[in-house]
Ligand binder design. Structure first.
Ligand SMILES: CC(C)(COP(=O)(O)OP(=O)(O)OC[C@H]1O[C@@H](n2cnc3c(N)ncnc32)[C@H](O)[C@@H]1OP(=O)(O)O)[C@@H](O)C(=O)NCCC(=O)NCCS
Length: 179
């Protein structure tokens, strides 16, 4: 079987680009939430809610508070995304959070997230960051991804959040030191 995501391009969007791609990013977010991903939103997720979220992200990118990466397929459709939140308290200038790693269901299990994580490391390094932190639903698919990418598990907090259908879920925290 050919891997259609071998032709993947990872792009860093500026604020204006992020705002103009908000509809495509909303598609990815809605698809993930409807697929059961615990990524801050509950079901049913409306298009307006998803668009508001991405316009907020675009404003954050424009202010230099976060970096937005997207993975595009050969037809320039966005199939995945991840953010590096660079704005941190003044005593943590070397730290960033990784947030909203999302891959459309149709594009999964072909290495899209792995490529996005590698690009996120590179973008974080370029921004002068040496300590990265993230959290993810305990026992979810993303845990294997992060462990493969060299992230260290810190621990988990039971009942930290809700799944999109309202069920309680634990959250596991990870960190990575960049060389
Ligand atoms: C978690 C998530 C981002 C992973 O995205 P992905 O693009 O499918 O990730 P990858 O393709 O890099 O890896 C996923 C699996 O496919 C496998 N894989 C990668 N390339 C492959 C290929 N060419 N052929 C076969 N399998 C492959 C990986 O080994 C991995 O296997 P595993 O899950 O059994 O460990 C995606 O499932 C998702 O968006 N989930 C919903 C949102 C979410 O929970 N995000 C995390 C928030 S913290």
């Amino acid at each position: 079987m050919t891997n259609r995501y071998a032709m993947l391009t990872i792009k860093k969007l500026n604020g204006e680009e992020a705002a103009s791609r908000a509809p495509a990013l909303a598609d990815v977010l809605i698809d993930c939430v409807e697929g059961g991903a615990s990524v801050s939103f509950m079901l049913p997720i409306s298009r307006d809610t998803a668009l508001d979220f991405w316009h907020g992200v675009a404003r954050g990118v424009a202010r230099g508070e976060r970096i937005l990466l997207v993975a595009e397929d050969a037809e320039e459709h966005i199939v995945g995304t991840v953010q590096i939140v660079t704005a941190q308290p003044e005593n943590q200038p070397h730290r960033a959070d990784i947030a909203k790693m999302l891959v459309s269901r149709r594009a999964r299990r072909q290495g899209v997230a792995q490529r996005l994580m590698a690009a996120a490391d590179a973008a974080a390094r370029e921004a002068g960051k040496t300590v990265l932190v993230l959290d993810t639903v305990t026992g979810g698919d993303a845990e294997r991804l992060y462990q493969r990418a060299g992230w260290q598990r810190v621990g988990s907090v039971p009942m930290y959040a809700l799944m999109p259908d309202g069920a309680l879920c634990g959250t596991t925290f990870y960190y990575k030191h960049l060389a």
